[in-house]
Every structure is written in structure tokens, then in C-alpha cells.
Design a protein around this ligand. Structure first.
Ligand code: FMN
Length: 182
């Protein structure tokens, strides 16, 4: 599952995530569920009970739960906002609990000069809390918006290489962790 973390008008997250999807498809290792949080349209977390109980009361939560439960690996495409990651992504994470557990996750972060790395670092406590397993290589795009030309993200060679390593590790961990959840 690829999650587009930003929902702002004019966001550069969507073309970056589309590049990621294209590269993931080329590997032939993934059956991709592409989640645009703007399209998904979750409200602010509105479940009365802790998600670990999975006693969901809203159709949007039940649908989101089924979708995440069906995924074996995640790639979060997230901007850096004020030294952290996108609130839409945090909200989508908070809705669920066990559905994320013991599944691998990689980040493609982007921002200004920081390349979104402070945002990605801020993700780590939530990742640990949910039992997600982070892969080693993560793509970090410095001023990634400048690489979007006519709505298409144009990667540098090193970014293609790192994404390749990241996708390979995601595929290996997706296979390796699956039996541990059963
Ligand atoms: C509210 C806001 C806060 C931001 N804070 C940071 C920041 O702390 N560090 C940084 O490097 N870039 C920051 N930026 C720049 C964004 O990371 C950059 O514009 C990015 O392209 C935004 O992603 P999006 O277009 O997908 O929403 C910020 C942008 C916005 C809108």
C-alpha cells in the first residue's frame, strides 16, 4: 500500500507518490493499493473506543480497517510540516492499531532543505507504537517540489537507486513477516 500523506491543494506529494507507484509496479513484486488520503476523506479520528479493540462504529473506519488489514507492506509518502510529518497521515494511522502490526514500512520524505528527514524522524515513535517494522533505505527528497515538471516528478539517479533498495527490502520483509502474523 502506498499512502499519499499530503492533502493540500497544489501538493507535490501526489506526483511524487505516482513516481513511487510506477517504480513499484516495474518490480513486479507488488499488487499495489494506492491510497490518496484526500480521496479517502477520513474525518478526524472519531471512534469512541481504542482501535486495538477493533469495535469500530463508523463505515469509514471499517472500510479503512479492511483495506489496511489486506496490505502486507506500506510506503508512506510524506512531506515535512513544521519539523513533523503530515497530520492527515497521523490521523489515518491513529484510526487503526492491529491492522498495522508487524508489517514493514518505508518512507519517501520530502520538504525543504531538510529533505523531510525531521518529518520522517517524527514518524518513528508512532511506527514503533503500532508495531510497524521500518526498512533501512528511505528516499529523502531535497526541495522535491522543484523536481515536479508539468505535474510529473523527475527523479535523480541516486533517488531511483535508493527507491530500488527500499522496494526490495519492503518486498523481502513483506514475505518474511507474513508468517509471523499467522
Ligand atoms: C505548513 C507547512 C509547514 C512546512 N514546514 C516545513 C518544515 O518544517 N521543514 C521543511 O523542510 N519544509 C517545510 N515545509 C515545506 C514543505 O515540506 C514542502 O512545501 C512540501 O513540498 C509540502 O508538501 P506537499 O506539497 O505535498 O503538501 C512546510 C510547508 C507547509 C505548507
Amino acid at each position: 500500500m502506498i499512502i499519499v500523506g499530503s492533502v493540500r491543494p497544489g501538493r507535490v506529494g501526489l506526483p511524487i507518490a505516482e513516481w513511487v507507484r510506477g517504480e513499484a509496479e516495474k518490480t513486479g513484486n507488488f499488487d499495489i493499493d494506492f491510497v490518496d488520503l484526500l480521496e479517502l476523506g477520513l474525518p478526524f479520528m472519531d471512534e469512541p473506543l481504542h482501535p486495538r479493540l477493533q469495535q469500530y462504529t463508523h463505515d469509514h473506519t471499517i472500510a479503512w480497517s479492511k483495506r489496511v488489514a489486506a496490505a502486507d507492506a506500506f510506503l508512506f509518502v510524506t512531506p515535512e510540516y513544521n519539523y513533523s510529518y503530515s497530520p492527515a497521515l497521523k490521523n489515518a494511522l491513529d484510526f487503526l492499531n492491529q491492522e498495522w502490526w508487524m508489517k514493514p514500512v518505508g518512507f519517501v520524505s520530502y520538504g525543504g532543505v531538510s529533505s523531510g528527514t525531521r518529518g520522517a524522524a517524527a514518524l518513528l515513535p508512532s511506527i514503533v507504537g503500532l508495531g510497524l517494522v521500518r526498512v533501512g533505505p528511505n528516499v529523502e527528497l531535497t526541495f522535491g517540489g522543484k523536481q515536479v515538471v508539468n505535474g510529473v516528478f523527475e527523479p535523480q539517479e541516486k533517488e531511483l537507486t535508493i527507491l530500488g533498495h527500499e522496494l526490495a527490502e519492503l518486498a523481502r520483509l513483506a514475505t518474511g513477516l507474513k508468517p509471523l502474523r499467522e
